[in-house]
Design a protein around this ligand. Structure first.
Ligand code: UT7
Length: 329
């Protein structure tokens, strides 16, 4: 029997119904479909509308579908990790709210905040509990309601983000499939270029912080773009080299969906044919922790057992990484 690996045994996504098109954004800020399409590749994104609708709403829908699909009863789940930067509340964690709503009474739950790398980090954390033999069923969620922290007067930022969630089930695999390796990195110096100024302990909410629009995400796009390209292509190449993988050995590259130009440049720098790169940015935009599971969900029919897959992400922090797995279902 080979060693225990954590394998993804189910994937499910959820996106809200409301479609925010480039045409509607044209009525909100000084932009146009041609600029957004050529500079980002995004045509539309989903927005969670309504009073008291937090990120957990999307996580709950994704998890309900996942439990049904994997024929799992909620009581069997032992751990729930939710990657998000848009938790329903500063505490308790959104993972707890999801678990309570779905009836996962036996699970312990916590959130991971690593911005757009959140799902990748959370997947790696969840995988350790399976590989150690401690747990048999772990759910990892990536979910963000980015519309709750986006300034819809800032044309350079508001056009790229959207709302969405995805969730995966992790279970032990001893057949050789599952999560094999990862390289994750962080650099706090990147905070300067991508952050949310107020509402934390450094600058609690006041009338002044609200008036100064400091509760919205701030992004200086160009330095983030450059760091994203070099960060993701570096770790993808490193993880391939240390596992002696040539491009032809990899069936799919699954990159964070922030900008089609970043995705294309990373695939070029990693010498990876674009036909084998998962892309759905055109319909969801950048859903932060949601992008990777939403890609796996969209491309599920094209994944086959034993396929070599590399996931990669880059986000606020800075945080970035690449993870190598063999698809198990
Ligand atoms: O998800 C995790 C981390 N985030 C990312 O990976 C995002 C990385 N950054 C980006 O994707 C890009 O930097 C953006 C899409 C955010 C911006 O694209 P850019 O090509 O870097 O544009 P820019 O901010 O350098 O602006 C170029 C020009 C400026 O005009 P001038 O100064 O050259 O006259 C902007 O004012 O484009 C203008 N511009 C716009 N024009 C029309 C910026 N946003 C828009 C807009 N519509 N929405």
């Amino acid at each position: 029997m080979s060693k225990i690996r954590a394998a993804i045994t189910g994937v499910q996504g959820y996106v809200p119904d409301y479609v925010l098109t480039n045409a509607e954004l044209e009525t909100m800020v000084d932009t146009n479909d041609e600029w957004i399409t050529t500079r980002t590749g995004i045509k539309e994104r989903r927005i969670l509308k309504g009073e008291n609708q937090g990120t957990s709403v999307m996580g709950i829908e994704a998890v309900k579908g996942l439990l049904e699909k994997t024929n799992t009863s909620p009581e069997e789940v032992e751990l729930v990790i939710c990657a998000t930067v848009t938790a329903d509340m500063p505490f308790p964690d959104t993972a707890n709210l999801v678990a309570d709503s779905v009836g996962m009474k036996n699970a312990f739950c916590f959130d991971v905040n690593a911005a757009c790398s959140g799902f990748l980090y959370a997947l790696t954390v969840g995988a350790q509990f399976i590989a150690s033999g401690m747990h048999k069923k772990v759910i990892v969620i990536g979910a963000d309601k980015m519309s709750s922290i986006i300034d819809y007067t800032d044309r350079a930022t508001c056009i790229i983000f959207g709302d969405g969630a995805g969730a995966v089930m992790l279970e032990p695999d001893t057949s050789g499939n599952g999560i094999i390796d990862y390289i994750h990195k962080s650099d706090g110096a990147g905070a300067e270029f991508l952050h949310l100024k107020a509402g934390g302990s450094r600058k609690p909410a006041t009338v002044e912080t609200v008036m100064a629009r400091e509760h919205f995400a701030f992004q200086n796009g160009r330095p983030v773009f450059k760091a994203a390209v070099s960060g993701m292509s570096d770790v993808v190449k490193q993880v391939m080299a240390r596992n002696e993988l040539a491009t032809d050995d990899i069936r799919w590259l699954v990159p964070h969906q922030a900008n089609i130009r970043i995705i294309e440049t990373v695939s070029r720098m990693a010498d990876f044919p674009i036909e084998r790169v998962m892309i759905n940015i055109q319909k969801y935009g950048n859903t932060t922790a949601g992008t990777l599971p939403l890609c796996l969900w969209d491309y599920e029919d094209q994944l086959q057992k034993g396929d070599n897959v590399i996931l990669t992400a880059f986000g606020g922090g800075f945080t970035w990484g690449a993870l190598y797995l063999k698809w198990a279902i």
